[in-house]
Design a protein around this ligand. Structure first.
Ligand code: GTR
Length: 330
């Protein structure tokens, strides 16, 4: 079955088969929740959610389990969000980049150079701001999602086949960005030509030259095999975007309070575990990328910071109070 057909089957079974919606099964019956991630098995986010599934299975004597669909089997992140919203998927792990168009306030984290470094980002998501934003996503009527927690995704840097040390180096380069106008404008401000594209189309686009490059963290460059076609990794550090994992509100509302509490508990643990897995995997990814001949290039970050000031001015104005709180987080 082609992937597109498979996605259709998954989506329609949720709508038609109300009796099989996992949350609706009686307490004695088994519920197999579908979880999805764009990354492959072994990737920190995938591993953390799978471990969470094992805990659920144990705690409920097998009544609840998680079936993981990794590697974009259920489509890109936009598709995953839509499936979770209708209850065809229970757990989706997605980047805040993809959630910005769903809940506008999250776009604060999608602004270039908004965090001083990864430690700063962690302080923010671990503190009151992180908590408030999660609650806001859950409370937002248009999200139709219950947020379970944050996950780490490090720092995004540009990769292509040319070194990028300053904005002029990006001139004429088509760089794939996540599907959100804010990102396309960010890349344009950085000196390149931003191209919005789903993550599921990216490898082919890099291979065929539809785009010259992309930007992402080292684990993604490795795990998605992009390093096979993009050989230069330039440390522009323009985006530090956390990720979230969400639960379908439609299924959530049909769960008992005890099951909801259990999911909350194992989710908190998954968030902590993912961070440990992440830190180990970043080091591993960098070593493997260097061993594979990928050139890591130091870039002039202040120059990119300066070039992207208009983006922070344009998109940040309406969040000025929140931005001040982020800046003040030490
Ligand atoms: C990765 C992230 C994915 C996806 C991807 C992208 O870092 O883990 O969830 O958002 O970036 O660029 O689309």
């Amino acid at each position: 079955m082609k992937r597109r057909d498979f996605v259709k089957v998954c989506a329609s079974s949720a709508v038609v088969g109300a009796a099989t919606i996992p949350g609706r099964v009686s307490a004695q019956d088994k519920a197999v929740w579908k979880a999805s991630d764009v990354h492959p098995l072994g990737y920190p986010t995938v591993e953390a959610v799978q471990r969470m599934g094992k805990k659920l299975e144990q705690a409920t004597n097998g009544r609840i389990s998680i079936q993981m669909y990794p590697s974009m089997q259920l489509g890109g992140e936009k598709e995953m969000i839509e499936q979770a919203q209708v209850g065809a998927l229970q757990i989706a792990r997605i980047s805040v980049g993809a959630m910005g168009p769903v809940v506008d306030e999250l776009n604060v984290f999608n602004l270039p150079f908004i965090f001083r470094d990864e430690a700063h980002m962690r302080k923010v998501i671990d503190g009151p701001i992180g908590q408030e934003l999660l609650e806001r996503v859950t409370a937002s009527p248009q999200s139709r999602l219950v947020v379970l927690g944050w996950m780490d995704a490090g720092t995004r840097n540009v990769y292509s086949n040319k070194p990028v040390t300053k904005p002029e180096d990006l001139k004429g380069q088509k760089i794939r960005m996540m599907g959100n106008p804010l990102f396309v404008e960010t890349m344009n401000a950085m000196g390149g030509n931003g191209v919005a594209m789903g993550f599921n189309e990216l490898f082919g686009a890099l291979q065929t030259g539809v785009v010259d490059g992309a930007e992402n963290n080292p684990p993604t460059l490795l795990a998605q095999n992009h390093y096979q076609v993009s050989k230069v990794y330039s440390l522009t550090g323009h985006l530090i975007i956390p990720e979230i994992f969400v639960f379908s509100k439609r299924t959530w509302d049909s769960l008992s309070k005890a099951d909801q509490d259990l999911v909350r508990k194992v989710s908190r643990e998954a968030q902590l575990e993912q961070r440990q897995l992440w830190d180990a995997y970043v080091g591993e990814a960098e070593t493997k990328l260097k061993a594979a001949g990928i050139k890591f290039v130091v870039a002039d970050k202040p120059a990119f910071y300066k070039a992207t000031q208009p983006i922070r001015d344009k998109y940040g104005a309406k969040y000025s109070a929140l931005l001040k709180r982020i800046e003040d987080t030490k």
